[in-house]
Design a protein around this ligand. Structure first.
Ligand SMILES: Nc1ncnc2c1ncn2[C@@H]1O[C@H](COP(=O)(O)OP(=O)(O)OP(=O)(O)O)[C@@H](O)[C@H]1O
Ligand SMILES: [Mg+2]
Length: 242
């Protein structure tokens, strides 16, 4: 049986520079995978290909057995929640920022209200519900971005360094929410992070992107205790120069 999300021979070049080289990977339903790797190796590029914001030069992504070439970008994006490194909020209350993605999907008002309030509670934003999102701190705004992506229960949640610029308090609220969402709703989650400690804290599996491939991809305990590739050992030890 095909995996939930499958990447088959994905290649991507910018100019003459090969970023991804026939990358293969399979992600299981309900998994929580951290993709780690040095700056500039193509982590964001890979997430953007999965979210269909970018097309690979060759190779195919399949989601629940359906190849992307047979689906429109919009159809794929409607099923995926994506959170970028910098918060994306618009000029409306916190409640309406989060409600937007449900209104867009035609969810009825009573259910909409319940779902928004429940996700605001999860991200400890309930007391800010009526505030203008433009007045929020960076950490609060990033929690709103995450709430917007989570509220419609996407089939796949993609996060690109969602806590890179945040203080420990905001990081811990976001990490707890991601783990709870994965545990309670079995939301399949892929998080890109520079931070191997974050990968260790929250992920079930870790994938190491280097030289255009996932050179190591294993259960979190195994990744850290018995890495398969010497380059992983060097990365974990902080010896890798980049
Ligand atoms: N649209 C583009 N045009 C040209 N080059 C690009 C483009 N997007 C990315 N690149 C280059 O591709 C490489 C990989 O970029 P990417 O943003 O995927 O790396 P990353 O692993 O996410 O890095 P970081 O950890 O710093 O965020 C970089 O060298 C980047 O400059
Ligand atoms: Mg990046």
């Amino acid at each position: 049986m095909a995996s939930y999300l499958e990447l088959d021979g994905i290649s991507k070049k910018y100019g003459d520079k090969a970023i991804l080289r026939k990358l293969n990977a399979a992600f299981d339903e309900g998994d929580l995978v951290a993709i780690v790797g040095p700056s500039g190796v193509g982590k964001t590029t890979l997430l953007r290909i999965i979210d269909r914001l970018e097309e690979p030069d060759s190779g195919e992504v399949s989601f629940r057995g359906e190849p992307y070439s047979r689906l429109s970008a919009k159809a794929v994006q409607k099923r995926i929640g994506m959170v970028f490194q910098n918060p994306v909020v618009f000029n409306a209350s916190v409640f309406n920022n989060v409600a937007y993605s449900l209104r867009f999907r035609g969810v009825a008002s009573e259910e909409l209200k319940n779902r928004v309030l429940s996700i605001l509670r999860l991200l400890k934003l309930d007391s800010l519900s009526e505030r203008s999102a433009l007045t929020l701190s960076g950490g609060e705004a990033q929690r709103v971005s995450l709430a917007r992506a989570m509220v419609y229960s996407p089939e796949l949640l993609l996060l690109d360094e969602p806590t890179a610029n945040l203080d420990p308090h905001n990081v811990s609220i976001i990490e707890d929410a991601l783990m709870e969402c994965n545990r309670e709703n079995r939301t399949t989650t892929i998080i890109v992070t520079h931070n191997i400690f974050q990968a260790k804290r929250i992920a079930k599996k870790v994938a190491f992107l280097l030289d255009g491939e996932l050179i190591d991809y294993s259960a979190v305990e195994e990744f850290f205790s018995s890495p398969k590739d010497p380059r992983t050992t060097s990365f974990i030890k902080g010896d890798m120069v980049y």
